[in-house]
Ligand binder design. Structure first.
Ligand code: PLP
Length: 396
């Protein structure tokens, strides 16, 4: 038997992968499958970004960079964060650490801040990676339930209740949310940040979907808040979703210089730096803001249109099925009620829908709520129409 270290003994593979993998196998067998599992924009990377990456390779920008990223990119990200901040927050480029995707930035942060004996609040439904990373750091995820009336967003009261069991060191916040599409208002964000600051709880704010927002162009984020609330805060963001660059692997964290230097040290001993041509491509995305904004807006509008289509189709064809009306990201969080059979959990429901209706969806159990499942609407409208028809037919 393979004698694994206790570091990874309990580690689970990404839970969103299981059904997605099965769907791909069925597609390869020639089955007619509508696969709505994938969490990435279906648009190509904007050409001016790709060109910058290609040019970097041609120019021989193919060597190591400083672990925290090329200074030009850190400066461009800092300027862009300031530009998008409602209060024009000053952003220190030395607080930015560029990583191979937001996922690596999250790993760096969680591994550096939390360890054995620490409790970290994780609102439900959560992005499936948070509890795994917290546990990898040997800390304990403490799940916080928000109410369905508030699209499962948590309040200070919910946090207070969850924290009652002992000292809490961190809070993972994700707005716009994967999987619910819920977005915290500026006021809600401020209340939570104030609570965290008063209790000396580290606030890790994952804002990777910030630019896919339907209440305006940029969802509220922690850099819109007063600076005194952010002494123990880390912003996580990246190029993957906003600029359709998932495969390039470019994310970053922004926090105090002191913590950033530890994150840099950790990264310098694991992966060194984000891929060099990718950093140059991302420099174009963060620096050429006018072109970039136009591309981001084109994609944002497409996601909003698809969201509207889905909401309308559900209201017409599946009126008894509850869902959270998304305010951002590209996910639709749907209740199993009215679809699942007696005693059927979200995994069993999704397995049945795949087998009987040729529809691949991610079970809510992957996000901590077995009464829901997730539809990604990063797909053309016709695919979404086909999917809702299949769902409605499965009920009939
Ligand atoms: C909430 C959330 N955070 C972070 C990530 C990771 O992004 P990246 O591809 O930049 O690692 C994802 C990707 O699905 C996500 O949904």
């Amino acid at each position: 038997m393979l004698e694994l270290s206790s570091n990874v003994a309990a580690l689970q593979p990404s839970a969103t992968m299981a059904i997605a993998t099965r769907a791909k196998e069925l597609i390869a067998e020639g089955r007619d499958i509508v696969d709505l599992c994938v969490g990435e924009p279906d648009f190509p990377t904007p050409e001016f970004i790709s060109e910058a990456g290609i040019q970097a390779i041609r120019d021989g920008k193919t060597r190591y960079t400083p672990a925290a990223g090329i200074p030009q990119l850190r400066a461009a990200i800092a300027a862009d964060l300031k530009r998008l901040s409602a209060r024009g927050a000053d952003v220190d480029p030395h607080g930015i650490v560029v990583s191979a995707g937001a996922k690596q930035a999250l790993f760096n942060v969680i591994f550096s801040l939390f360890s054995a004996g620490d409790r970290v609040l994780v609102p439900v439904p959560y992005w499936t990676t948070y509890p795994e990373l917290v546990q990898l750091a040997r800390a304990e995820p403490v799940f916080v339930q928000g109410s369905p009336e508030r699209s499962f967003k948590v309040t200070v009261e919910d946090l207070e209740r969850a924290a009652a069991g002992g000292r809490v060191k961190g809070l993972m916040l994700n707005s716009p949310s994967n999987p619910s599409g819920a977005v915290y208002s500026l006021e809600e964000l401020e209340e939570i940040a104030r609570w965290a600051a008063e209790r000396h709880v580290w606030l890790v704010s994952d804002e990777i979907y910030r630019r896919i927002y339907f209440g305006g162009t940029v969802a509220p984020g922690i850099l819109d808040l007063p600076a005194e609330l952010l002494e123990r805060a880390v912003l996580i963001d990246g190029a993957s979703k906003a600029f359709a660059m998932t495969g390039w692997r470019l994310g970053f964290s922004y926090t105090s210089r002191e913590l950033a230097s530890k994150l840099t040290a950790l990264q310098s001993q694991t992966t060194s730096n984000a891929t060099t041509p990718t950093q140059w491509a991302a420099l174009a995305a963060y620096k050429q803001t006018e072109v970039a904004d136009a591309e981001v807006e084109r994609m944002r509008q497409a996601f909003e249109q698809r969201k509207n289509t889905l909401v309308q189709l559900f209201r017409e064809q599946l009126p008894d099925v509850p869902f959270v009306e998304p305010e951002g990201a590209f996910y639709f969080w749907v209740g199993t009620k009215g679809l699942a059979r007696e005693g059927e959990g979200s995994m069993a429901l999704c397995e049945r829908l795949l087998a009987e209706a040729g529809l691949a969806l991610v079970p809510g159990s992957a996000f901590g709520d077995d009464d829901f499942f997730r539809i990604s609407y990063a797909y053309p409208e016709q695919t979404l129409r086909d999917a809702v028809q299949r769902l409605a037919a499965s009920v009939r």
